[in-house]
Design a protein around this ligand. Structure first.
Ligand SMILES: Cc1cc2nc3c(=O)[nH]c(=O)nc-3n(C[C@H](O)[C@H](O)[C@H](O)COP(=O)(O)OP(=O)(O)OC[C@H]3O[C@@H](n4cnc5c(N)ncnc54)[C@H](O)[C@@H]3O)c2cc1C
Length: 488
């Protein structure tokens, strides 16, 4: 049985932020993740907004963590080499009722400590972004956009570089206690023991909590569907555009530029039973087209390149159905557990503030010795298409693999793909390469490069053709060769 001081169940952005913050101390840390990679679920299925923190109830953990996470993100993005732009955000309105809700949002923003929010007129909106719909808007200068895949990966890889062990394809199926009081986690890959368990299982956090002996939490998955628009549309989108909040203080469909130059239109929002079913519905996409056009004047079918969906794990009060705050708890009833339940939006923005609170809860119970070897700096794979002509020539001279373009839409080179195949977490799926490099995220969506990426994975890792997966166990890219033999 493998033993660690701390085991984190779930390697999404929150679990990985916790792992990274714990490696600042002399602790043995492991992450058990049931999937093939760290951003398979909610952390890889969101809008990628660095929220400012004006939406959440004053004093709530959601408000505190979002404001804290927002304020520090310029430094964090630099430290972890995560693509990030502090774009600001527009919340647009058309009617007097919208104006009143927007003014209330400014007040809440002030109470939560969000700086610089102001109501602006159409003329000022045109200066900021003429493609935004609406007659007036609230401008919030501190909102931003980041790459949610690379942020999650950077946290996980930095944790691994600092000594955390990632066990992928490892699903916790039961929990118990050993005689010495440590926890034992039963998985499909055998048993693991530890002194502390951190439940960071996202959509399954209530289920894991119950396995740990803390029943009673209810997670309602709330699904959201999106369109991804081509970079041609991205050329018109300068700033995220959200509608005025609804009566219940939530937002409907918005249009958000991505940090790479695409546009996301969505999400809508509806309750589902299975949060891990990511299919999209025709009726949902038709609705997005209509509501998206109100936010973004260049919403055209010719720009659609992909759809996707994600689900927010909302913690609800079982008696009233009311949506609850984040739960960051060290229950007295089961020592050695920290429970993270209901980490829905703004969980991406809040990952590091949540992680620091987890460390604080452990530190209240035991002294933590700093790890003198901890290095907070992480470098992502060098992006050839972002380099100047001179830098590109120097890269090719150093390594001829930079001279071979594998993904033509996004200009991703063989050198980047090979670097991604040898990632520190040992992820070897085609999707794992995609989220690390952007290969296959362009207009053709992998039609040209997926077979070449498959061949490179085989070549670099010595895998048989039937062993290369898109994502998980059941998603083989190919089952064999049409004409027999073992040559591609
Ligand atoms: C549509 C949508 C839009 C959003 N937009 C934003 C945004 O713009 N900004 C923002 O700040 N937040 C946003 N969020 C919220 C944010 O994405 C989440 O709060 C955050 O990603 C949660 O991270 P996590 O690590 O808790 O969850 P996850 O990424 O879901 O990670 C949990 C992990 O636990 C693993 N797991 C579960 N059960 C087990 C088990 N038994 N054994 C082992 N592993 C297990 C899962 O496989 C999963 O990888 C959005 C969410 C959605 C759905």
């Amino acid at each position: 049985m493998q033993r660690y001081d701390v085991i984190i169940i779930g390697g999404g952005v929150v679990g990985s932020a916790v792992a990274r913050e714990l490696t600042r101390y002399r602790l043995s840390v492991a992450v058990l993740e049931k999937e093939s990679d760290v951003c398979t679920h909610t952390s890889g299925r969101n809008t990628g907004m660095l929220h400012a923190g004006f939406l959440y109830k004053t004093g709530s953990l959601k408000a505190q963590c979002a404001v804290e996470g927002n304020a520090e993100f310029d430094r964090v993005a630099k430290e972890l080499d995560v693509p990030f732009k502090r774009t600001g955000k527009l919340l647009i309105g058309f009617t007097e009722e919208h104006r009143q809700r927007l003014l209330a949002m400014i007040e809440r923003g002030r109470a939560n400590g969000v700086p610089g929010m102001e109501l602006i007129d159409r003329a000022r909106m045109d200066e900021i972004d003429p493609s935004a719909g609406g007659n007036f808007a609230v401008y919030c200068p501190t909102s931003g956009i980041l790459d949610p895949f690379l942020y999650t990966i950077a946290l996980a890889e930095n944790a691994a570089e600092n000594g955390a062990r990632y066990h992928l394809y490892t699903e916790v199926v039961g929990c118990g206690r050993l005689e010495d009081g440590s926890h034992v986690l039963h998985t499909n890959k055998g048993d693991f023991a530890c002194r502390w368990v951190i439940n960071s299982a996202g959509l399954r956090s209530a289920k894991i909590s119950e396995m740990l002996g803390i029943p009673g939490y209810v997670i309602q998955p709330v699904k959201g569907e999106y369109f991804v628009l081509d970079k041609k549309a991205g050329a018109f989108a300068k700033i995220p555009v959200y509608p005025a909040p609804t009566e219940r203080n939530t937002f409907d469909t918005h249009a958000t530029p991505t940090v790479d130059g695409n546009v996301l239109v969505g999400p809508n929002s509806f309750n589902v039973q299975d949060g891990e079913d990511y299919s999209v519905r025709q009726i949902g996409m038709d609705g997005l087209q209509e509501s998206g056009a109100r936010m973004f004047r260049h919403m055209k079918r010719e720009y659609y390149i992909r759809t996707f969906a994600g689900a927010r794990p909302k913690r609800i009060d079982p008696a009233t159905g009311e949506i609850q705050d984040f739960l960051i708890d060290r229950p007295d009833s089961v020592p050695g557990v920290i429970n993270l339940v209901g980490i829905e939006s703004p969980g991406l923005t809040s990952a590091l503030p949540i992680a620091r609170r987890v460390v604080g809860l452990i530190r209240e119970k035991e002294e933590l010795t700093p790890n003198p070897a901890f290095n907070p700096v992480h470098r992502s794979i060098r992006r050839f298409h972002e380099a100047s002509r001179e830098e590109q020539a120097a890269l090719i001279a150093q390594n001829p693999d930079y001279g071979e373009i594998i993904c033509r839409c996004e200009t991703i080179t063989r050198a980047e793909i090979v670097a991604a195949i040898h990632n520190p977490l040992g992820v070897s799926t085609v999707n794992g390469i995609k989220v690390r490099t952007r290969a296959s995220m362009g207009r053709c969506q992998g039609g040209y490069c997926e077979t070449r990426i498959t061949a490179l994975i085989r070549e670099e890792l010595g895998k048989a053709v039937g062993d290369v997966r898109l994502t998980n166990g059941s998603s083989a890219m190919f089952t064999g060769f049409v004409k027999g033999g073992d040559q591609a």
